[in-house]
Write a protein that binds this ligand. Structure first.
Ligand SMILES: Cc1ncc(COP(=O)(O)O)c(C=O)c1O
Length: 402
């Protein structure tokens, strides 16, 4: 029986398609497991997973103790779907000061990570067949999130540097466009978008909303916002577009990916923002999240101002950029997140990832991120693994060009 025949009676056709689409990362994962079983853990250099490895800061562990000590039974019940009012108020005060806008707790929705936030937003605004624009390269999971809610993902090319290309973006806007997801710092490229270009996208989105007579939303997906190695300011989604919305989480900045805690900030300037806020609450409920994890919501204010120690990522990034550039790899300036996205020598990303695999180095082909001809290296790994892998990256490119 083929995999297809065995799956079809068991699961739905759309789920079958989703499993096939997800298989390029899974294949790498399975290949990694196979190699580890055959050669031992130390022989395999796995740069395929974007799993943050910098530990949470000390403030998180002390908050765990404090909050556990203060717990009363009521703290563990269901709550308003949007999340605890005290935590939303606390966030709203900080966000108002940061963005110089009047943000209240009724603009903030606590979510199960940025992934939960995006799903809740898309559920709330998409009509069937509405288009959602994605700048290439994009986080693969967006395709699933958009399809979850009947939308159509539409890839928009960027510049060679992977900075947004406002002209290509303008051409991609159409009658079906309902939203755009802008992700900076970017997964998979590590590129930090120039604020002026994001402002330009915001202006185009607002003009398009005006023309269409319905809001076109700009979702700024920014879970890597505090994982940056340059000083350029981070553009405010709330200021660049009147329909700009922030989606973020503590997965990367506090190293809490497994705790599933994040939030959405609605723009107070959205016409009918109170209706959208109500919809997000219901979407949180009917998607089965019900509310973001109660305990984690209480932890977050105690971690104000802390982030993971960036020195691990910074060091890995420097070693890789230096080692790979010397070996002849080319990549756009990776100023944020923990990814590099070099050009695949020879031009075919899958073939080159196979060549790396022969050296026991696991990476992900760019085709899965809408950018064939590149491949992703995640450097959220111990530095010792990065150091040992540099000669293997060098050998792969040498053997490939022979
Ligand atoms: C660009 C981007 N957006 C969203 C997410 C989802 O993260 P989380 O739901 O853990 O906040 C990720 C996770 O890797 C990501 O890379």
């Amino acid at each position: 029986m083929t995999a297809k025949e065995s799956l079809d009676p068991v699961i739905s056709a759309p789920m079958h398609r989703a499993m096939e689409a997800a298989s390029f990362i899974r294949q790498m994962f399975e290949e990694g497991n196979r190699l580890r079983a055959e050669l031992g853990d130390d022989a395999v250099f796995d740069f395929s997973l974007g799993n943050p490895c910098a530990p949470p800061p000390e403030s998180f562990f002390s908050a765990l103790r404090t909050v556990a000590g203060e717990s009363s039974p009521a703290d563990h019940r269901y709550m308003t779907n949007a999340g605890r009012p005290d935590v939303r108020q606390w966030l709203a005060r900080r966000l108002s000061a940061e963005h110089e806008l009047d943000i209240t707790s009724d603009h903030v929705v606590m979510t199960c990570g940025a992934a939960g936030g995006l799903n809740v937003l898309l559920k709330s605004v998409l009509e069937p067949q509405d288009e959602v624009l994605l700048l290439t390269p994009y986080f693969t999971e967006y395709l699933f999130y958009i399809q979850n809610h009947g939308g159509i993902p539409k890839a928009v090319p960027t510049q060679k540097s992977f900075q947004p290309d406002p002209e290509a973006f303008r051409r991609a806007l159409g009658p079906k466009t309902r939203a755009v997801i802008v992700n900076t710092p970017n997964n998979p490229s590590g590129v930090v978008y120039e604020p002026a270009l994001v402002e330009e996208l915001g202006r185009l989105v607002d003009e398009h909303s005006e023309r269409m007579g319905r809001p076109v939303y700009l979702f700024m997906d920014e879970p890597y916002r505090r994982i940056r190695y340059v000083d350029t300011p981070h553009p405010s989604a709330l200021l660049v577009s009147r329909n700009g919305i922030i989606v973020t989480s503590f997965s990367k900045e506090l190293g809490l990916a497994g705790e599933r805690i994040g939030y959405v900030v609605l723009n107070p300037r959205i016409e009918g923002v109170e209706v959208l806020f109500g919809a997000l609450g219901i979407a949180t409920r009917i998607l089965g999240f019900v509310n973001a994890p109660a305990f984690m919501q209480r932890i977050i204010p105690h971690c104000a101002g802390s982030t993971v120690d960036l020195s691990l990522y910074r060091k890995n990034r420097e070693i890789l950029i230096d080692g790979l550039t010397r070996a002849g790899y080319e990549m756009p300036s990776p100023d944020g997140a923990f990814f590099l996205f070099p050009k695949a020598p020879g031009g075919d990303d899958r073939t080159f990832c196979d060549a790396l695999k022969k050296q026991c180095v696991l990476t992900v082909p760019g085709s899965g991120f809408g950018a064939p001809g590149h491949f992703r290296i995640s450097y959220a790994v111990p530095t010792e693994r990065v150091e040992k892998a540099i000669p293997l990256f060098a050998r792969a490119i040498d053997e490939f060009s022979d």
